[in-house]
Design a protein around this ligand. Structure first.
Ligand SMILES: [Fe+2]
Ligand SMILES: [Fe+2]
Length: 254
């Protein structure tokens, strides 16, 4: 049984949709897919895409990304929390799971999250241009820190014993040092909205051997301590240099 990782499939783009539709119906029937968020803000496209993966893989483990909880199209949705719950429902109906999955001594654990500016404060330009600030709506006067707290407290899984091999996954980045030193100034300005240091505390607590993340769209395999951090985002059509645009096998159980 192989465990594949993919994130940021963004099926709003026709070329991405075609890639999903072109995947083999035979090659992955014994395999697990970790799908780490940013499928589409369109519920119909999300449902289609989850269904496509569910019919090809033995098991699909999914976690929503920021795009999946945008509330500017479709609906009506009360807010992004309402959208999140509707996405969870659609995931269940489409045959994909958002719960921890166990196979022999391996556990695959989803970690919800958001960004909380722990990687830096947004400048005026990011405040103006970051789409989530307009496309997401949260209850009352929630700050991004409150959104992060809300999702992090939903991650209740605890390591069972020392023999358990844990592969965790999140949409957001658990640590900013996974970004290369050489990134452009423009990319560096996005750091505040990439993830949360508090998410890393949960990865540490689980002692994950592998952590799959998305959101940055920058494909990486980086070892930090006992954890291999993997990004295998499919990304936007223009992102041909930073995304391999193929499934990546993170682990195999013989
Ligand atoms: Fe994305
Ligand atoms: Fe994202």
């Amino acid at each position: 049984m192989r465990i594949f990782a993919l994130s940021d499939i963004h099926v709003d783009y026709e070329v991405n949709t075609q890639w999903v539709a072109s995947l083999s119906h035979d090659d992955y029937v014994d395999d697990v897919l970790i799908l780490a968020g940013d499928v589409s803000d369109s519920m119909a496209r999300l449902e289609w895409c989850l269904g496509q993966f569910a019919m090809r893989f033995k098991k699909v483990l999914f976690i929503p990304g920021n795009h999946d909880v945008w509330v500017i199209r479709g609906g009506p949705y009360v807010d992004s929390l309402d959208k999140f719950h509707r996405v969870c429902e659609v995931a269940g109906q489409s045959g994909v799971s958002m719960a921890p999955y166990h196979h022999r001594d391996v556990s695959i654990v989803p970690l919800l999250g958001w960004y909380d500016f722990s990687f830096g404060l947004p400048d005026a330009d990011l405040q103006r241009s970051w789409m989530d600030f307009r496309a997401c709506r949260w209850p009352g006067s929630w700050t991004v820190g409150d959104v992060t707290s809300h999702f992090l407290q939903m991650n209740g899984y605890r390591r069972r014993d020392d023999t358990e091999t844990i592969i965790s996954f999140s949409h957001f980045m658990p640590r900013i040092d996974l970004m290369p030193q050489s990134v452009s100034e423009q990319t560096r300005r996005l750091f505040p909205v990439l993830g949360s240091e508090r998410l890393q505390l949960q990865v540490q607590q689980l002692r994950s051997v592998i952590h799959v993340y998305g959101h940055s769209h920058l494909n990486r395999r980086e070892q930090r301590g006992g954890t291999l951090y993997v990004n295998n985002a499919y990304g936007y059509p223009s992102e041909t240099r930073i995304a391999a645009k193929t499934l990546y096998c993170v682990h195999e159980i013989s």
